[in-house]
Design a protein around this ligand. Structure first.
Ligand code: G3I
Length: 321
C-alpha cells in the first residue's frame, strides 16, 4: 500500500480530509499532499452558513467553490458540511431572531431557501450532505437551538425533504460527535432515525465525527454502534476523525494515537455500510484542536512539516478483516 489513495482503492472505501480553503489557496505543499492522499473532501468552514451568506442576501461562494473545484480536478468526491447547525450562523440571522424582527414563519422560509440555494448550487457535485449537524445534546435530548425553539422538532423532517428536492441523488446525513460511545445520545439518534423513517423522511446516512483523545479509552463498542444504524438501512461515515493528546508529544503517545486511528478505520471497514473515513484535517500545521483544548494538540496523521506520523503508517497497515 503506497499511500492513502491506494489504501482507499484496495479496501473499497473513500478516505477523506477536511480542507481549509484559505490554506488550499496559499500553501502548495498542503495542496500537493491533500491531492496525493485523499479521495474525498469536506470544507472545514467554507460551506457553513456564516461563510456563504455573511450578510442577508449577500452570498460568498468563492471558498466553497474552490474546494468543489479542487475536488473535480483531482477526482475527489465531496461531503457538504453543513446545512443546519447551531454554530457559525450568520449574525444577521441570530440577531434577527433574538430581537424578534425575524418571526417563526419567516425563519422557516429562510431555512428552506438556504437549503434550496446551497444544495441547488452544488447539485450533482456533492456526494453526501451533513443536513443536520449536532442536533442531539450529550444528555440525549434534541439540542436547544433557534431551530428547535422557533420551528419545533418538525424542522428536521422539513430540512431533509427540502434537501432531497434540491438534489435527489445526494446522500443525506445526520452527523454528530460522541455517538461513538454516549449511550443516551446513541439511543436518541436511533429513535430519531426511526421516527423520521416512519414519516417517510428521506434520510440516508449517519455520520460519526470521531473526535477522540488518547487520554480517554478508545470507544470499544463503536463498530457495534455503527451496525445498529446500518441495521436501520443507513449508510455510515466517519466524518471528522482526529485523535488529540495532552502535549508534549512522546513516542508512547504517538503509538497510542496510531492504534486509535487504526482501530477506528478497522471498525469502519468491519461494517459493510461504512463507506467513508474522513479526517478533520491531515496535518498538525492546521488543526482546530490547539485552539479549542488548552494544552492539547498533535491530533492529525501528519506532523507540521507534513511528515507521516506513526498514525499514518498504522492506517496504511489496516485491512478489512
Ligand atoms: O475566519 C475568521 C477570521 O476572519 C478571524 O480573524 C478569526 C479570529 O477568531 O476567526 C476566524 O474564524 C474561525 C474559523 O474557525 C475559521 O478559521 C473561528 O474563529 C473559529 O471559531 C472557527 O473554528 C471552527 C469551528 O468548527 C467553529 O465551530 C474550526 O475551524 C472547525 O474545525 C470546527 O469544525 C467543527 C465541525 O464543523 C463540526 N464538528 C466539530 C468540529 C470541531 O469543532
Amino acid at each position: 500500500v503506497r499511500d492513502l489513495r491506494d489504501l482507499a482503492r484496495k479496501n473499497g472505501i473513500r478516505i477523506g480530509s477536511a480542507v481549509d480553503a484559505a490554506v488550499l489557496r496559499s500553501e502548495a505543499d498542503y495542496r500537493r499532499v491533500l491531492n496525493r492522499e485523499f479521495t474525498h473532501l469536506t470544507a472545514e468552514n467554507a460551506m457553513k452558513w456564516e461563510s456563504v451568506e455573511p450578510e442577508r442576501g449577500v452570498f460568498t461562494w468563492d471558498d466553497a467553490d474552490a474546494v468543489v473545484e479542487n475536488a473535480r480536478r483531482n477526482g475527489q468526491q465531496v461531503r457538504g458540511h453543513t446545512l443546519i447547525w447551531h454554530n457559525q450562523l450568520p449574525a444577521w440571522l441570530t440577531s434577527g431572531v433574538a430581537d424578534g424582527s425575524i418571526g417563526p414563519a419567516e425563519l422557516r422560509t429562510i431555512l428552506r431557501d438556504h437549503i434550496r440555494t446551497q444544495v441547488g448550487r452544488y447539485k450533482g457535485k456533492i456526494r453526501a450532505w451533513d443536513v443536520a449537524n449536532e442536533v442531539v445534546d450529550d444528555e440525549g435530548n434534541l439540542r436547544q437551538s433557534i431551530w428547535l425553539e422557533h420551528l419545533g422538532p418538525g424542522y428536521l423532517a422539513d430540512a431533509f425533504r427540502w434537501a432531497r428536492q434540491a438534489d435527489p441523488r445526494a446522500k443525506l446525513y445526520l452527523n454528530d460527535y460522541n455517538v461513538e460511545w454516549n449511550q443516551g445520545k446513541i439511543d436518541r439518534y436511533l429513535a430519531l432515525v426511526k421516527e423520521l423513517q416512519a414519516q417517510r423522511v428521506p434520510i440516508d446516512g449517519m455520520g460519526f465525527q470521531g473526535h477522540l483523545g488518547i487520554q480517554y479509552d478508545y470507544p470499544a463498542g463503536w463498530a457495534d454502534v455503527m451496525r445498529s444504524f446500518a441495521d436501520l438501512g443507513l449508510e455510515i461515515a466517519v466524518t471528522e476523525m482526529d485523535v488529540r493528546m495532552v502535549l508534549p508529544v512522546t513516542p508512547e503517545k504517538l503509538a497510542t494515537q496510531a492504534e486509535y486511528y487504526s482501530r477506528a478505520l478497522a471498525d469502519c471497514l468491519s461494517v459493510k455500510a461504512c463507506r467513508e473515513f474522513t479526517v478533520w484535517g491531515f496535518t498538525d500545521r492546521h488543526s482546530w484542536v490547539p485552539g479549542w483544548f488548552e494544552g492539547e494538540g498533535a491530533a492529525c496523521i501528519l506532523d507540521e512539516d507534513l511528515r507521516p506520523k506513526p498514525a499514518y503508517h498504522a492506517l496504511l497497515a489496516t485491512r478489512r478483516r
